[in-house]
Design a protein around this ligand. Structure first.
Ligand SMILES: Cc1ncc(COP(=O)(O)O)c(C=O)c1O
Length: 428
């Protein structure tokens, strides 16, 4: 396996030249920094091919090729989908999933059951609203602690999911990786176990929706290998522009989804039946800059090799932070990791914690120390995983939430040292 050339990676992000430490890469509405190649393509699109799609004149033809062919093909590769016709573009993953759920209104019956993780609201809220509209029943798959000494060391376990499945189970929606817990779930294993249980119980149609927003910056997606129906992620967290891509398996697109577009548009077999109004074309084209960047990270020039190198480097970031926060001194201080406490390949460098006990400290007060110091951007809160944080026991103030440090492959060991230095001060 090739080691990640972090200096090379950083050189592709002009924003990193200031030396500011971006430690909020999983942030909502703005995530990772944008790779130069993406910014160049957006600029170039606007200056040279900014024309309405579908006309016969030459500039329109090139614009159409970029937006309707080149970009969906890049998204297809990022999902490992079968066809670019399975790709939907939307302003955000939240709106993409809301549109999907609205498109499924006609295919949901009263009494159907949805199993949700109640994780990030983007892959929960749209299903909850669909359940209300159609009289479906919502059940929650909740995470449980892995360490008896830390009630917040929670992860989702397959054995907690399976008893929830019945002959009525229609939808299973979960996140491949939590934007709070930072654990990558065994997606293929979960899907296989859920499909087998659903079949045994006599469920007629189970469709599975996987939120990959907090997963996609760190690992490769493979919707075909995973055998999922729906998958979504936001390019603005994967070094690209502020746009989201949704994968909808062709059979689901044809059989489960009704168009939510204007009645006169002929879209039955097209993924844009879920795209009411056009997405920003320059942003759609902008995503084509992400793939060459990812491929350029290793000489193999394939996504698996690049993500292997990313995963290996990211371990060197997550290990020291977890080692510091779980040291006997910090445990004594009241620090509790929210999520898996051990580093490892199923752990991404999204690290959340709270400080409880006699010397309990508000998450906002920890972040204030960082803000005062300057030069490092991290945040506190529930990060829209409101239900997950709200259900933790013993209770924590959901609005104060957790302190979250979310790193990605362009962060360095030196940056991690600086982050730990400020953490030491904040926890004094
Ligand atoms: C796990 C997860 N899912 C979904 C979202 C929502 O993505 P978007 O901002 O594109 O709607 C986020 C954003 O933070 C997230 O972290």
């Amino acid at each position: 396996m090739h080691k990640l050339d972090v200096e090379y990676a950083r050189s592709q992000f002009p924003a990193l030249k200031t030396g500011f430490i971006y430690g909020d890469n999983a942030g909502y509405s703005r995530g990772s920094q944008t790779v130069l190649n993406v910014a160049d393509r957006i600029y170039e699109y606007l200056l040279n091919t900014n024309a309405q799609l579908g006309a016969d004149y030459s500039v329109s033809a090139e614009s159409t090729r970029r937006v309707m062919e080149e970009a969906p093909e890049v998204a297809r590769k990022l999902f490992n989908a079968e066809s670019p016709d399975e790709i939907v573009f939307g302003a955000s993953s939240t709106i993409n999933l809301e549109n999907l759920a609205r498109g499924m209104d006609n295919d949901i019956q009263a009494g159907d059951e949805f199993i949700l993780t109640g994780e990030h609201e983007a892959n929960a809220g749209p299903w909850k609203r669909l359940a209300i509209r159609r009289g479906a029943i919502v059940k929650y798959w909740t995470p449980t602690p892995s360490n008896p000494n830390n009630p917040y060391s929670v992860t989702y376990k397959v054995e907690e999911l399976l008893p929830l499945i019945t002959s009525k189970t229609r939808i299973l929606a979960f996140a491949a990786c939590s934007n709070i817990l930072g654990t990558i779930l065994p997606i293929k294993e979960i899907v296989q176990a859920a499909r087998t249980a659903a079949k045994e119980k006599g469920a007629k149609k189970l469709e599975i929706s996987v939120d990959c927003v907090a997963y996609a910056p760190h690992r490769q997606i493979d919707v075909r290998d995973w055998d999922v129906n729906f998958c979504v992620f936001s390019l603005y967290k994967v070094y690209g522009p502020h746009i989201s891509v949704l994968y909808v398996r062709m059979s689901s697109l044809l059989e489960s989804v009704t168009a939510i577009t204007h009645h006169f548009l002929k879209v039955h077999e097209k993924s844009y039946k879920l795209q009411p109004g056009g997405p920003g074309y320059e942003l759609v084209y902008g995503i084509t800059g992400v793939l060459p960047y990812l491929l350029s990270l290793t000489p193999e020039h394939n996504l698996q090799a690049s993500f292997d190198a990313i995963a290996a480097h990211e371990q060197t970031l997550v290990e020291p932070v977890l080692a510091f926060l779980t040291s006997p001194k910090q445990i004594e201080r009241g620090v509790r990791i929210v999520g898996e406490e051990k580093a490892g390949l199923t752990r991404v460098p999204t690290i959340s914690f709270v400080v409880v006990g006699e010397k309990a400290t508000k998450s906002s007060d920890i972040v204030k120390v960082f803000d005062k110091k300057g030069g490092i951007g991290i945040r506190f809160g529930h990060f829209y995983a409101y239900s997950l944080i709200d259900r933790l026991e013993p209770k924590i103030d959901v609005d104060d939430g957790v302190v979250r440090i979310s790193l990605v492959h362009y962060n360095t060991a030196e940056e991690v040292e600086r982050v730990i230095g400020v953490l030491k001060e904040a926890l004094e």
